[in-house]
Design a protein. Structure first.
Length: 213
């Protein structure tokens, strides 16, 4: 009985400490938001690490899809075919643009990669972006990519309180934090991983030839 009586106060004390730490963390987050010029309840920009993680996931998934389309006349994977405008490269550019525009304009307001990292695209001030805004935002990725590795877009995000790149500013939108359900995040991750897994299985099969130049 004495032992049980000593455990209960310890549990209660631990809960109190955890609650206090949570309150301190929340207060620190509010102060950071106020220093950046965001009022409580306003749109909170998604962290850059999450946006970069989403971009890497979608790039890997896109590469898997491109690998399926880049085939020679015999139907075997070919690096040369992957880099043609009619082959994988064209699909990457046009298909990737349509993918982001349609999903960001949808009720989801987010691509699969952003869902995994709890982020979505909104108009500045709130609300779903229009088709035109989504099209402009993603068409200007070519500017954000300059001179390579998204350096222009990254520099703009770092120097913007709303973490906006060139496309975001032109379309008057921003990427904000949004908590998706665990089921939505897992489903999105599996959907992105599927093309990569399929290509690994295809190229690892004994009957498949390796990609040729």
């Amino acid at each position: 009985m004495k032992r049980a009586g000593g455990v209960l106060p310890s549990v209660l004390a631990s809960s109190a400490v955890a609650g206090s730490l949570g309150s301190v963390t929340a207060a620190a987050r509010r102060r950071r938001r106020e220093r950046r010029g965001f009022a409580t309840g306003a749109q909170e920009p998604a962290p850059l690490r999450g946006r970069l993680g989403a971009a890497l996931l979608e790039a890997a998934s896109g590469a898997g899809i491109v690998a399926f389309t880049g085939r020679d006349a015999q139907g075997r994977p070919s690096l040369r075919a992957m880099l043609t405008v009619r082959g994988g490269l064209g699909l990457w550019c046009v298909g990737g643009w349509l993918y982001t525009v349609l999903l960001e304009r949808s009720r989801l307001q987010s691509t699969l990669g952003k869902v995994v990292f709890n982020a979505r695209v909104e108009r500045v001030g709130g609300g779903r972006v229009s088709t035109r805004a989504a099209a402009v935002r993603n068409a200007l990725r070519v500017v954000d990519l300059l001179p390579g590795a998204y350096l222009t877009g990254l520099a703009c995000c770092v120097n913007s309180p709303r973490r906006q790149r060139v496309g975001d500013r032109a379309a008057s939108c921003m990427v904000v934090r949004h908590r998706f359900s665990p089921a939505a995040r897992v489903t999105s991750l599996l959907a992105l991983a599927l093309p990569v897994a399929a290509v690994v299985v295809l190229w690892a099969s004994p009957t498949a030839d390796p990609p040729r130049d």
